[in-house]
Write a new protein. Structure first.
Length: 220
């Protein structure tokens, strides 16, 4: 593999280009423009929500309709998340995100044959109640960016996957002490899912000011 350092601004530019190409390539003569479902996966310390938000305006500038959905707005109710305690890493790993709701309300409607009627948020975790968000129509040719941790390896139907990789040492250094209880969950994720081995785009972000793309080595 080849590690290519890149500036944060250029990373956004290159990812925008890849997603525009993917969205254009998804169009077919029979069905017309298809919607693109994109995962921006990574721990909070890697900034997946921030990267997804940074992609919205550049994609729209290219004429691509975009909707950014945070996995944090699709959490399960507190009674289920905290059944084994508020700081249980196995619960965080296995059951905090309402994957069924994310699939039902976002990924399936944005997928092949879907209506394009997408719910941008399902659950208000702070108030511990339904968010009461309104549905949004994502037109054909649009892109939905889903950002958050632990998104890959569970069978969620994404068309493009971006994984923000952080070394264990850097993740421990950059995680707030009050959130250190989640670290075993990310250790499990790296060991059991190995997202960097299959994600379409892998970005190392040990230092968010100096990201690097992980690319196949050149045969030359």
């Amino acid at each position: 593999m080849r590690i290519r350092p890149i500036s944060p601004d250029l990373l956004v530019t290159e990812l925008t280009g890849r997603l525009v190409d993917a969205a254009t390539g998804a169009a077919t003569a029979d069905s017309g423009p298809a919607r693109l479902r994109v995962a921006i996966d990574g721990p909070s310390a890697a900034g997946p929500d921030e990267l997804a938000a940074a992609l919205v305006d550049p994609l729209r500038a290219q004429g691509i309709p975009v909707l950014h959905v945070r996995a944090g707005d699709f959490l399960r109710p507190a009674s289920l998340r905290f059944e084994l305690g508020r700081t249980n890493p196995d619960s965080f790993y296995e059951g905090w995100v309402d994957e069924a709701g994310l699939r039902r309300e976002v990924l399936d409607p944005a997928g092949p044959g879907g209506t394009g009627r997408v719910l941008p948020s399902l659950w208000d975790a702070d108030a511990d109640r339904a968010s009461r968000a309104r549905y949004v129509d994502l037109p054909p040719g649009g892109v939905v960016l889903v950002s958050g941790p632990l998104l890959l390896g569970g069978g969620l139907p994404f068309d493009v996957t971006v994984h923000l990789q952080v070394s264990p040492a850097a993740l421990r250094r950059r995680t707030e002490p009050a959130q250190a209880w989640v670290l075993p969950a990310f250790d499990r994720y790296a060991e059991e899912v190995v997202p960097a081995s299959f994600a379409d785009v892998v970005v190392r972000v040990d230092d968010p000011r100096h990201p690097a793309l992980v690319e196949p080595a050149s045969d030359a």
